[in-house]
Write a protein that binds this ligand. Structure first.
Ligand code: B12
Length: 432
């Protein structure tokens, strides 16, 4: 089959990621013997026209459309991206009758809602390498689709979501296919904005139980790691084949399991790369030996997922670590010379004036350099936060959460955003 793969993401917030998800799909679809064409709409001046032009030149039998972001998770400066994706789907179906299959992180959280919003019939939830290849072979053979693993289907008023197939070890998948994308456009140089950043993934899955997070829904709870040599080779290829100077690991937890991370760092060190990289760390697993190896392997910056500085809120968010572990993680990182990003996700269950003060005071005391502040927590279906919001009457049963909906404690809602706005304006490196 001829398969056109489109990355719809045009969000310019935060670090702007290379479309790694669709590049993984491209590699798997190619490996399954299909002919592919890839379209990254990030830099498109006219996405709909570029989509139509590509369909006319490539004549696909099937289109895969990647929906990474639904919204920007911001209660006060909200951006909703699904209409943009629908615009692409509309442009595509105006030009071809080829089936359009959705996929992606954002889609996986809201499959039926996205299909309904975009008036499409099918998509693949979760990791798509195997399930999309399976769907393509069934489409090619004209075989029944309904029990395809990971299939989300909305047809003739009926809908279904099949569980994704059993999570595979990422090492079973081919490395992302980057040749069909312009990776060099994601070669971020400090000071350039917005920062377009190349990326890679060494492991998938998250076993933690943070009450608001959708990562386990998307990647599963079992942490599965790739062969360290393969990951180090991919990092080397970013430097040698694409001239990338800085890359971002997208792993939710780069420092778990620690023995794997150490082995990966030794593999990277053995390649003596000049490329620098950044990663996400969890305070629970910040041991100095691993962090020193990360430094030696070229890690320049880390994001520490602390989210709060209040013992009560760390407990209510079920972060699984204490204030002491946050302090130790930041101090170790400072001593080792990392650029540090900390976070305050404020307004959750139990948040009040005292807990906000505790969080702000801890960040001011630790002075990590950068503090990214979010006021109000995005509610995702299937997360514990969803149940809490229902019980507290923040949302109605059956409410469509595709439309960005947030939880903020009653005690903080009247003042918290303005208070943090002012505080961030007064402190360099604090962003709201
Ligand atoms: C790492 C990450 C970041 C990093 C990115 C760093 C970088 N340079 O890449 C940072 C911190 C910068 C970031 C920023 C943001 N992020 Co983010 N990010 C993630 C995270 C943890 C991993 C994404 C990733 O790269 N995964 C690895 C790739 C390989 O997986 P994948 O993209 O899911 O692709 C697989 C499947 O989805 C599927 N698939 C993908 N496309 C397709 C297409 C088809 C046709 C098929 C069949 C299958 C398929 O197969 C792929 C391979 O298995 C996810 C959460 C998660 N666990 O997924 C959130 C996530 C995607 N981010 C999210 C958001 C909102 C954002 C921000 C808007 C937040 C903000 N306001 O700053 C920004 C936007 C950035 C931008 N400009 O686009 C949300 C999206 C949901 C929503 N509400 O919209 C997520 C889901 C987190 C969440 N809390 O819910 N992010």
């Amino acid at each position: 089959m001829k398969v056109l793969l489109i990355s719809d993401n045009r969000c310019r917030e935060n670090l702007v990621p290379f479309p790694l998800g669709i590049a993984c799909i491209a590699a798997a679809v190619e490996q399954a013997g299909h002919e592919i064409s890839c379209l990254d709409l990030m830099f498109s001046q006219d996405p709909a026209a570029d989509t139509v032009a590509r369909i006319r030149s490539f004549q696909p039998d099937c289109i895969g459309l990647s929906v990474r972001n639904i919204d920007n998770q911001d209660k006060y400066r909200g951006e909703f991206y699904v209409p943009d994706a629908r615009e692409i789907a509309d442009a595509a179906r105006s030009e071809t009758g080829a089936p359009i299959v959705l996929g992606g992180a954002g889609f996986t959280i809201f499959p039926l809602e996205c299909l309904e919003f975009m008036d499409l019939e099918m998509g693949i939830v979760g990791e798509g390498e195997r399930s999309f290849a399976e769907l393509l072979s069934r489409l090619e053979a004209g075989a029944p689709l309904d029990d395809t693993p990971g299939l989300a289907l909305c047809r003739d008023g009926a809908s279904l979501i099949n569980p994704p197939g059993p999570h595979a070890w990422p090492g079973l998948f081919p490395p992302p296919e980057r040749e069909l994308f312009d990776v060099t456009r994601y070669n971020w140089k400090p000071g350039c904005t917005p920062p377009f950043v190349a990326n890679l993934q060494s492991r998938r899955g998250c076993h933690l139980r943070c009450i608001y997070c959708s990562s386990p829904t998307i990647e599963g709870r079992m942490v599965r790691a790739r062969e360290p040599g393969a990951v180090a080779a991919e990092l080397a290829s970013l430097q040698n084949d694409y001239g990338i100077g800085l890359a971002s690991f997208v792993d939710s937890l780069f420092n778990y399991p620690a023995d794997y991370t150490r082995e990966l760092c030794r593999e990277i060190i053995s390649r003596q790369l000049s490329l620098r990289w950044i990663a996400n760390l969890n305070p629970l697993y910040c041991d100095r030996e691993t962090m020193a190896l990360m430094r030696e392997a070229g890690c320049a910056g880390i994001s520490i997922g602390n989210e709060s500085g209040s013992e009560d809120i760390l407990a209510s968010l079920k972060k699984g670590f204490s204030k002491r572990e946050v302090v130790e993680a930041v101090n170790a990182s400072k001593e080792l010379g990392f650029r540090i990003n900390c976070f305050l996700l404020l307004g959750g269950p139990g948040e009040n004036e005292e807990t906000v003060k505790e969080s702000v005071d801890l960040m001011l005391e630790l002075d990590p350099g950068m503090v990214r502040v979010t006021v109000g927590i995005r509610i995702y279906p299937g997360c514990e936060m969803h149940g809490i919001a229902l019980r507290e009457g923040v949302i109605e049963p059956g409410q469509n959460l595709l439309y960005p909906t947030f939880y903020i404690s009653r005690e903080t809602e009247p003042w918290l955003y303005d208070y943090m706005r002012e505080l961030c304006d007064e402190h360099e490196g604090w962003n709201l």
